[in-house]
Design a protein around this ligand. Structure first.
Ligand SMILES: O=C(O)CCC(=O)C(=O)O
Length: 207
């Protein structure tokens, strides 16, 4: 499997690994079709004393009770794994060695849908998910549909831009969430729908 470790890049030392063709074109097309049947919703987020719509659609599937709260205001309650998502989870675990208990879907309908600079370090992801140690947690995300710019930067540092292709997998290794931020910025370009499936660990719920 083609794999690019950005640890090895002289100009961009990033704690991530990118697999541009993790899924074949046919597998990625079929998964994109499956994603049309998922239960997408537009959640509301509370920021700076205001309630506003999250600028993308979201869904969550996973182990029972593995609720996910982010930005102290958006509570996602997982639906049971679909067969397709469970199979994909297992294939990512086989390729990376990391285990996951939930998958969060983000659907970017147009260029104005986005996700701002953040790190994924919710306490539900582990006792010390943000610490760069062997016990800290990881994320693995599959991209489908239109290509959007993804940016990652060390906290206080300069961003590296790259484009996550249809069927690709991006793994953020343990420690990444402690030292780096990432985002998918808005764009004025005309772009089609992009779907991102982010597999994550969780310390709660039923096993
Ligand atoms: O859409 C992406 O590639 C990134 C999603 C993301 O940052 C997140 O779900 O926390």
């Amino acid at each position: 499997m083609k794999q690019m470790s950005l640890f090895d890049e002289p100009t961009a030392v990033l704690p991530v690994t990118y697999y541009p063709e993790f899924l074949s074109k046919q597998e990625a097309d079929e998964l994109y079709q499956h994603c049309q049947e998922l239960q997408w919703q537009q959640n509301q987020i509370r920021m700076l004393g205001k309630t506003m719509p999250v600028p993308r659609l979201e869904c969550i599937y996973g182990d029972e009770g593995c609720d996910y709260l982010y930005s102290k205001s958006v509570l996602l309650k997982p639906l049971p794994w679909t067969g397709t998502l469970a199979k994909l989870r297992d294939s990512i675990t086989a390729a990376t060695g990391y285990s996951f208990r939930i998958v969060i879907g983000n659907q970017y309908r147009t260029g104005t849908d986005s996700i701002g600079w953040h790190a994924d370090k919710e306490s539900s992801m582990g006792i010390a998910p943000a610490m760069p140690s062997a016990t800290s947690r990881t994320n693995a995300s599959i991209s489908l549909g239109s290509v959007r710019k993804f940016q990652i930067k060390p906290i206080g540092g300069k961003p590296t831009d790259f484009w996550l292709e249809h069927g690709s997998l991006l793994v953020m290794h343990p420690g990444c969430q402690a030292t780096h931020l990432h985002q998918v910025p808005k764009t004025n370009k005309v772009v089609g729908t992009r779907i991102n499936l982010t597999f994550r660990p969780h310390v709660g719920g039923k096993r």
